[in-house]
Write a protein that binds this ligand. Structure first.
Ligand SMILES: [Zn+2]
Length: 198
């Protein structure tokens, strides 16, 4: 059985991004998503060391919140981990442009970062991949850069992630979507199709 976001891996690959699919991702989710209206950006608040040390928690969840916790993970090296094609517990209560059911209507990306001063600034290759991945997803769903929100904008007061400046983030996404952005920070590589649990 597959959920509907099975286009995610190819859309990211076709944008020249490094993509690793997590075994079983097509059928992973807390049921089906609704109409996808945008992207919600997060940071993991996970460990300082390693490329994507929060991956297992995103897949399985925590004692207080069952997984998957987002459709996508973004490692410090700019690699996208495709975790789920269904609904995920990433948004909670909030509101962005009238979208109040983020788990149903927004794709969640958990980028690995502690959210602390010890992890700032973020690696340029990771931020560049964040912009390019969001741009590719928004283009695929036919929405503009304004439909990319930070969790801290969706749930102000309750959430502070990501630590990135989301106004600047959306400007970068818009430039990529308009084709006026500089070349990618790191040249893309072609990955084999094999699944990975790395
Ligand atoms: Zn978040």
């Amino acid at each position: 059985m597959s959920f509907s976001l099975t286009w995610l891996a190819d859309v990211l690959r076709n944008a020249g991004l490094n993509v690793k699919t997590i075994d079983g991702w097509e059928g992973r989710g807390r049921g089906e998503v609704g109409e996808i209206m945008g992207v919600l950006c997060h940071h993991t608040a996970g460990p300082k060391n390693g490329n994507m040390p929060s991956l297992d928690i995103i897949i399985k969840g925590r004692p207080d919140l069952p997984g998957p916790l987002s459709q996508l993970g973004l490692g410090r090296d700019g690699t996208y981990f495709v975790i789920a094609a269904g609904r995920c517990n990433h948004a909670g209560k909030g509101n962005f442009k009238g979208i109040t059911n983020g788990n149903a209507n927004l794709i969640g990306i958990e980028a690995e970062n502690t959210g602390l001063d010890n992890d700032s600034p973020w690696p340029a290759v990771q931020v560049d991949a964040y912009h390019r991945g969001v741009a590719a997803i928004l283009k695929h769903i036919g929405r503009g850069s304004e439909f990319c929100a930070g969790h801290k904008e969706y749930a102000p007061g309750r959430k502070s992630d990501p630590t990135l400046d989301m106004v600047a983030f959306r400007s970068s996404v818009a430039a990529i979507m308009a084709g006026s952005a500089d070349a990618a920070v790191v040249a893309s590589t072609v990955e084999p199709e094999a699944d990975s649990t790395e």
